[in-house]
Design a protein around this ligand. Sequence first.
Ligand SMILES: [Zn+2]
Length: 100
Amino acid sequence: MDDAPTRTRCHWLRDEDGLEILIQMCCGAAIGGPAECTCNVPESRIEAAERGRAEAEAHVLRLMDERDRRLHEQAGIWGRNKRLRQRIEELETLLAGTTS
Ligand SMILES: [Zn+2]
């Protein structure tokens, strides 16, 4: 029987659509993902999976950066508006003082 190692180690499985999926069998891969795999799964494929994950994470980080930048811009605009309103109130008070 040559199946035993396949059942206890991580391995790639090609499904009906031709997509390859990594079946994670070892504790390392289960806990830490493909990078922590302790089996003899071809590394290039593990790296490809890791690269895909890293790219997805980088994309999320870029989106978060962009969101932070926009929030920062918005906070700046709100701050300017607030200062302008205060200045208008000051001027109105001054004006009321000069006409009364
Ligand atoms: Zn493994």
